[in-house]
Ligand binder design. Structure first.
Ligand code: IMP
Ligand code: MG
Length: 333
């Protein structure tokens, strides 16, 4: 069977844009849901039949009976993987659908220890050993799933893709190793082109779903999100109303007004065709409708006006962008 097409869901900000919700809702329309980068540094919050679930590594297809692939560009910590498998099994999901590429690199306890010692405080990493594991991979001294076949018995992927494929991005455009504010970035490529590492040609890509929020948030250190944001009462109000805490680390997320300049760049370079902007209801509740555009801070009079402005600016910046959806529902698009 051939590959029919590939759709990709990508974060356009600093992670936590609601990709999990989007992928979860779309999953059933595909033959595979695949992760192409990162590891259990990610955090996906998903609602299935009204119940809330949180996963970190395993693609959201597993919640909907769809084969879920962890690709060769990902990194996997064995104990964390099996903990997630157990969690899914306890909740009645069919984990035989979960497969890992034999080429995927393994995060060791030493990787985690070094991440904690050297980078957790300085860069504000999630302390999951991600960057150190990728360092070993690129230094060509890493350990792969194929070296520990027995440990992952039953979960090894035969590396065959066919039909309709959905790729689930992790982190976001501004955490990307090449495009983010280096070194305050993650150690993998969050951009959709790198999803091709799963084993399909770029010509098969059909849609790119870009996920953003009506305001910006950031976990981890980043001079672009200075601590004085915590002194801004409006931003604290948005953070509180939006329950802005990291899914993986439970750290409070720094909040800033929507930066349209950054979003324009992310939409353009990612090739987003379908943009989904979430948490519109949060701004509506707070009555704060500010955004940055061309390096200046503006304020709209209402949520409706802000939506119109955002729409106009974004449609004009990229000919590839076909749809913008504003979402107020934490459970669905
Ligand atoms: P690492 O990926 O653990 O090395 O962390 C590097 C940077 O990316 C830190 O600023 C983290 O807070 C951030 N980061 C990594 N994964 C996520 C995520 O899924 N959501 C939000 N931030 C993330
Ligand atoms: Mg997340």
């Amino acid at each position: 069977m051939n590959i029919e097409y590939v759709d990709i869901c990508v974060g356009l900000s600093w992670g936590d844009e609601g990709k999990g919700k989007i992928v979860s809702q779309l999953s059933k329309q595909y033959d595979f849901v695949c992760r192409w980068s990162g590891g259990n540094n990610a955090g996906h919050t998903i609602y299935v039949n009204g119940k809330k679930y949180a996963t970190h590594l395993i693609p959201s297809g597993v919640f909907h009976g769809v084969p879920s692939i962890i690709g060769p560009g990902c990194v996997v910590h064995k104990e964390s993987f099996f903990k997630e498998i157990e969690y899914l099994q306890k909740n009645g999901f069919d984990t035989s659908l979960v497969k890992i590429s034999p080429k995927t690199h393994i995060i060791t306890d030493e990787h985690i220890e070094e991440d904690i010692q050297k980078y957790n405080k300085t860069i504000g990493t999630t302390a999951k050993g991600i960057g150190i594991c990728y360092s070993d991979k690129y230094a060509r001294k890493g350990i792969r799933i194929m070296d520990r076949k027995e440990d992952f018995k039953g979960y090894i992927w035969n590396e065959q893709l066919y039909g309709k494929i959905l790729c689930e991005g992790a982190q976001g455009f501004w955490l990307d190793i090449d495009y983010g504010n280096y070194p305050y970035v993650t150690s993998s490529s969050c951009l959709p082109y790198s999803a091709c590492n799963l084993g399909f040609p770029p010509q098969k890509i059909r849609k790119i779903f870009g996920a953003a929020k009506m305001y910006d948030t950031r976990v981890g250190n980043d001079p672009e999100f200075p601590d004085d944001l915590l002194c801004n009462q409006e931003l604290l109000t948005i953070a509180k109303e939006g329950h802005e805490y990291g899914t993986t680390t439970n750290r409070p997320r720094l909040v800033n007004y929507l930066n349209l300049d950054k979003l324009i760049t992310a939409v353009k370079i990612s090739g987003t065709t379908d943009l989904i902007i979430s948490k519109v209801d949060i701004l509506k509740k707070t009555n704060i409708f500010r955004y940055y555009y061309q390096d200046k801070l503006y304020s709209a009079l209402s949520i409706e006006e802000m939506k119109r402005i955002v729409e106009n600016i974004l449609y004009n910046c990229s000919g590839l962008l076909k749809n913008i959806t504003f979402s107020s529902n934490p459970e669905q698009i």
